[in-house]
Design a protein around this ligand. Structure first.
Ligand code: NDP
Length: 339
């Protein structure tokens, strides 16, 4: 192993707006050897998450920023290739925070063992069976307090989290309207995924369409995007609505700061609440949620779509931008090719 090289992508500068090539540095190191009680993981899949954009910023947040010169933080999946830790054997598949690189040395804390099979590809553990599925599950059921018969609206509806949110709402007997960009995405969520309706925010007037599709108002709004779409849905809330703040991708690259909601007084008028959450806070319950999600998946009541891009770690900066250009459908994953 020691003759091989570990390719890495490091954060070289804090981006202003959309991160261009100048914010990244491509480096190599020898493949690490495990210290006492530690393991080495060969990374095969890197998860692309909008949250990574936030981790690149200076300032106080729920996690410390990635330091300048550090390997970019990323969730991923890989195989244990060397172990001096009795909890892990060579050949185990693990997920966790592994970084944008080919190998990582770790004490194993925070890593989960998973078991891909012929029916369950490894990338699914970064999608419906991983952080993405957990985000949809706890955001909709716990924070959104979903009830049968609710009218649910979800933005980013053809993305990783949004596509699971809409399906979970259908499993629980709700009516679901998805907001997504473009006719193909809208056709996918209403066709294969069984959403009741879709709004193409790029070509349609969202407020007008919500009036037609949710005449009695919106009971749960699961917000992945923020901005104008959040304002449009706030304008259509039902009494005692729950607005789940999962993310605000439309604002992450905004130069000059984020724009907040203008329509928030509708929370007062409708005695509604708006609440943010972090999926990591639900870690002790991930097992319970994972079992339920895997069961619905096996029964065919849920589908998981992974948008897998084959490449090398050097492709990470470009693949990452697909999230902000709306070029992914389902969960975006970079699968690492090796010579
Ligand atoms: P997605 O797979 O949804 O990818 C991003 C999608 O967002 C794109 O495909 C695009 O779809 C849409 N998008 C991009 N720019 C805009 C824009 N300006 N306006 C409207 N839509 C836009 O990512 P994830 O499912 O991984 O993440 C979804 C959200 O959930 C993010 O905000 C993320 O930060 C958040 N999140 C929060 C967590 C938590 O614990 N709170 C945990 C995980 C994720 P389209 O073509 O439809 O525009």
């Amino acid at each position: 192993m020691s003759n091989e090289v570990n390719h890495q992508v490091r954060l070289a500068a804090r981006p202003q707006g959309t991160p261009g090539p100048e914010v990244w540095e491509h480096t190599t190191e020898p493949v690490p050897e495990p210290g006492e009680g530690r393991i080495v993981v060969r990374i095969s899949h890197i998860s692309l998450d909008p949250a990574m954009r936030g981790w690149m910023n200076e300032g106080r947040s729920y996690a410390p920023p990635v330091g300048i010169g550090e390997v970019m933080r990323a969730l991923g999946l890989g195989e244990v290739v060397a172990s001096r830790n009795t909890d892990f054997a060579v050949g185990d598949t693990v997920t966790g925070v592994l970084g944008v690189q080919e190998y990582v040395e770790s004490d194993g804390r925070g890593l989960q063992k998973v078991s891909p099979t012929a029916d369950v590809p490894p990338e699914r553990y970064l999608a419906l069976l991983g952080m993405t599925g957990m985000t949809a599950y706890f955001g909709l059921f716990d924070v959104g307090a979903l009830k049968e018969g609710d009218t649910v609206v979800v933005s980013g509806a053809a993305g990783a989290v949004g596509s699971v949110v809409g399906q979970l709402a259908k499993v629980k007997g709700a009516r679901v309207v998805g907001i997504a960009g473009g006719p193909e995405k809208c056709a996918w969520i209403t066709g294969e995924l069984g959403f009741d309706a879709a709004i193409d925010y790029r070509s349609e007037n969202v407020s007008q369409r919500l009036k037609e599709l949710a005449p009695e108002g919106v009971d749960v709004y699961f917000d992945n995007v923020g901005g104008d779409i959040l304002d449009a849905v706030l304008g259509r809330l039902a009494m005692h609505a729950r607005v789940v703040i999962c993310g605000a991708i439309s604002q992450y690259n905004a130069e000059g700061g984020m724009t907040g909601p203008k329509n928030y007084m509708n929370l007062l008028v409708n005695r509604a609440r708006m609440e943010g959450f972090l999926v990591g806070d639900y870690l002790p319950r991930w097992g319970e949620a994972g079992t339920e999600l895997a069961g619905w998946l096996a029964e065919g009541r849920l589908r998981s779509r992974e948008d897998v891009v084959d490449g090398t770690v050097a492709d990470f900066p470009e693949v990452f931008l697909k999230l902000f250009r709306g070029e992914n459908t389902g969960k975006l994953v970079l699968r690492l090719n090796r010579a």
